[in-house]
Write a protein that binds this ligand. Structure first.
Ligand code: EPZ
Length: 423
């Protein structure tokens, strides 16, 4: 086990190159189950979650080759099992993304229920009810989703009661191979969902409404897809996290290979806090604020303010002059970082899903514990401006979603090292 040691109060400067988006790469890896050819995937982030899903596909019989740490080749023509076992799924709940493709291609599958996670119960009822609408029989047996549809999935009208990112992705992939047309209403519009739809459309699946909350997918009736080589979009949450690193230390830094159009709500919020921006093509430079003003945040689905940036902005609001409010609307338990920030001297009050942050107090270094991926990045941000040497433990959470994290922070001047925990 490792921990990160961070000495705070250093200005940052320089450039960070943003990696491919974990949350785009995961559904795209699952999508290869719909292909008849071997698929080449570029700009894949070198993070633990990718390795976990690659292992799952290998367990099913797929040939998964890492050409290098950011390029994969996946051939699913020899898949001989449709059972995604608990041991892997429990490590990474997004493994549920193999459910739609496996069922659509093979007519049956057993996928372990993901179980809860630190940020909430995170049910998959919407995924399952949609597949039942498409003709599947779904049973829950010994902690597994056992899904069967001997005659193949049929297109259906699906209305999602809640906007679900992986739910939309699962159903789009299932619909791609179904017989007939599937109409998805209240679909998620995240850039990661859009890229999945674009690549499926490029592979012969007719999809209308890409980028909107209403998708119409014309299935190929089990004709496997020929999927051309593609490159994963940049990670907008990684990009937002590094923008917050520049903001919290009030430094000028540039993030390269980011897509500003995927970050509009985040950039708008940072501008409202007093920060300036220079944006050209895929480079975004954040400029220091005269005075860092507090912010009011309500997390919502894309293109609104992303829940995956909530913890980072809570850390940032600790250095704002005044009281910020943060209203977490998507997950019922996404304030795990609060107790750790309090250990550093933060003044945060919780009232249900609303946090009030009284900013401007000097933070002091402490030993803190990561609890989930994005909460962990908030602790790094706070440690960057805390007096003294902080140590962040259980950083395996970070390694799930941030590629070369300490190298990227070191490159912009942070005093951060990864060390082995004493036994
Ligand atoms: C995706 O999770 C992301 N993960 C999450 O990122 C992100 O926080 C989340 O979307 C919201 O943007 C991936 O894309 C791999 P949801 P997902 O289904 O799809 C409820 C990270 O840090 N819901 O959009 O699991 C659910 O409880 C991760 O990278 C149901 O009730 O989230 C939540 O309240 C964390 N029933 C809301 O919908 C369902 O069947 C949104 O969840 C499905 C979801």
């Amino acid at each position: 086990m490792y921990y990160l040691k961070i000495n705070g109060n250093k200005k940052l400067k320089g450039e960070v190159k943003i990696s491919g988006a974990k949350n785009a790469a995961l559904p795209l890896i699952a999508m290869t189950l719909l292909a008849k050819n071997s698929v080449n995937l570029n700009n894949i982030p070198n993070v633990a979650d990718i390795k976990t899903l690659a292992k799952l596909l290998q367990n099913l019989g797929a040939k998964v080759e890492f050409i290098n740490e950011n390029e994969l080749n996946i051939d699913t023509s020899k898949v001989h099992s449709t059972m995604a076992n608990y041991d892997i799924v429990r490590k990474m709940r997004a493994s549920i993304l193999v459910l739609g493709p496996l069922l659509a291609r093979f007519g049956h599958c057993e996928v372990s229920l993901p179980g809860g996670c630190a940020i909430g119960q995170r049910p998959i009822d919407l995924h399952l009810s949609a597949l039942e609408k498409m003709g599947a029989t779904i049973q829950i047996k010994d902690g597994y989703v056992v899904a069967t549809v001997p005659n193949g999935l049929s297109g259906a009208k699906i209305v999602f009661d809640k906007i679900t990112v992986t739910g939309t992705e699962n159903i789009v992939m299932a619909a791609a191979l179904a017989r007939g047309t599937t109409h998805i209403i209240n679909a998620a519009k995240e850039p990661e969902v859009v890229q999945l739809c674009e690549i499926l459309a490029d592979s012969g699946v007719k999809i209308e409404g890409i980028g909107t909350d209403e998708l119409i997918v014309h299935g190929t009736d089990k004709n496997l897809l020929k999927i051309k080589s593609f490159s994963v979009i940049p990670d907008r949450i990684e990009a937002g996290t590094y923008l917050c690193a520049g903001a919290i230390t009030n430094s000028k830094i540039t993030i390269k290979n980011a897509q500003a159009k995927h970050l509009q709500a985040v950039i708008h919020k940072l501008e409202s806090m007093g920060f300036g921006f220079e944006i050209s093509n895929n480079d975004i430079t954040i400029l220091p604020a005269q005075k860092i003003k507090p912010c009011d945040i309500v997390t919502t689905e894309y293109p609104g303010f992303p829940t995956d940036m909530q913890a980072q902005f809570m850390a940032l609001s600790l250095v704002a002059q005044g009281v910020s409010t943060i209203d977490e609307r998507l997950f019922e338990n996404r304030f795990m970082h609060v107790s750790e920030l309090l250990r550093m001297g933060a003044d945060i009050r919780l009232n249900g899903h609303i946090a009030s942050v009284n900013g401007g107090k000097q933070l002091n270094a402490a030993d803190v514990m990561a609890t989930d991926l994005r909460a962990s990045s908030a602790l790094i941000l706070a440690a960057l401006v805390a007096n003294g040497e902080s140590r962040i433990h259980r950083i395996y959470h970070l390694d799930r979603g941030y590629e070369n994290l300490e190298q990227k922070f070191q490159a912009i001047g942070a005093d951060i090292t990864r060390l082995k925990e004493e036994q």
